[in-house]
Design a protein. Sequence first.
Length: 117
Amino acid sequence: MENPILKRIGTVFIPVSNIEKARDWYCDILGLKADGDIQFGHLYVIPMQGTGIVLDSKIYAKDRVFQTPPFHIETDDIEEAFSYMSNKNVEMVTPIEHHHYFNFKDPDGNVLMVCKC
């Protein structure tokens, strides 16, 4: 039998405490309209290119937030991305490391990464 499992990631789920506030925050930093539907009262699918991001308030617990980045969001200009996030008063965890990436926190404390592609 040939392996039916594809070698690709479809979606990453991020635990959030308040689905509406998380939707608004993520859409703001990604430059998206926060006008999509919240599904089943606890899921919001962020329209991304490539691997998807789903915000999920049903899986949230303080001990389940990401302490290390589970993925990175790409940028062509790391310095501009750092400045953009700083100007939005995003909590920065690291400065730009090795001229290549930085980590930040969402309002629930999930540690995420922006990386130069």
